[in-house]
Design a binder for this molecule. Structure first.
Ligand code: AP5
Length: 211
């Protein structure tokens, strides 16, 4: 199954994808995570995108499309995937339709007030990428990842100014993708506002209705 996860920043796409890979048995491919690992490694790609990402803007379509095309050509993605954070613009969606048409587009819906609350409290493991939240899901030891013992930190794009910018960019450039996939007849809507376990159940039942 080839899936894409849509929805505003902080809707819980990465959190849900980490759960869904366990029962769907496909890789979770996050463009945001690929960019963050390039930034941590200070690779040419990381140096190119850091200022853009920290400001809450989008990386250009050409760079992002090439990155995803290369990643989806790898062996582990041949049986399907969860693509999280791509596409984010209509040109990206059109490119993906040409090189790897997807089976379903899952839209995780969350109001702006909840987005701000989730992103404002998010903490992330620098080493393995596990998500935590200061209110909803704290690590057992402050600043240390439960899974790998890595450092838990605040993403630079989770500062209030960048969160506001990401919401604006989402409304302008990414939200129109729901109509794009609805027109193709493959859009699945999931309410992302309950707790994580309930969102997993919402996702499973929405997918089952379509099988
Ligand atoms: P990316 O990493 O994709 O950021 P995003 O879409 O803004 O999504 P997030 O990772 O912020 O949120 P999420 O929905 O995964 O939520 P999470 O599970 O973490 O991209 C970062 C940047 O890279 C972009 O801004 C852009 O610059 C660039 N980029 C990436 N892809 C690009 C593309 N295609 N084109 C151009 N540029 C691109 O959850 C959030 C928090 O809430 C966590 O703390 C979590 O613990 C908590 N939480 C999750 N679910 C629940 C729940 N149900 N109840 C309570 N708390 C919850």
């Amino acid at each position: 199954m080839k899936l894409i996860f849509l929805g505003p920043p902080g809707a819980g796409k990465g959190t849900l994808a980490a759960k869904a890979v366990e029962f769907l048995k496909v890789p979770h491919i996050s463009t945001g995570a690929i960019f963050r690992s390039a930034m941590a490694a200070k690779s040419p790609l990381g140096l190119k995108v850091k200022a853009i990402i920290d400001a809450g803007k989008l990386v250009d379509d050409e760079t992002t499309i090439e990155l995803v095309k290369d990643r989806l050509a790898q062996a582990d993605a041949q049986g399907g995937y969860i693509l999280d954070g791509f596409p984010r613009t209509i040109p990206q969606a059109e490119a993906l339709a040409a090189f790897s048409p997807v089976d379903r587009a899952v839209n995780f819906d969350l109001p702006d007030s909840a987005v701000r609350e989730r992103l404002g409290g998010r903490r992330v493991c620098r080493q393995c990428g596990t998500n935590y939240h200061q209110v909803f899901n704290r690590s057992r030891r402050e600043g240390i990842c439960d899974s790998c013992g890595g450092e838990v930190y605040i993403r630079d794009d989770d500062q209030p100014g960048a969160i506001q910018k990401r919401l604006e960019v989402y409304r302008e450039q990414t939200a129109p993708l729901t109509a794009f996939y609805r027109n193709l007849g493959i859009l699945v809507e999931v309410d992302a506002s309950p707790d994580v376990e309930q969102v997993v159940e919402n996702f499973k039942s929405a997918m089952e209705k379509l099988v």
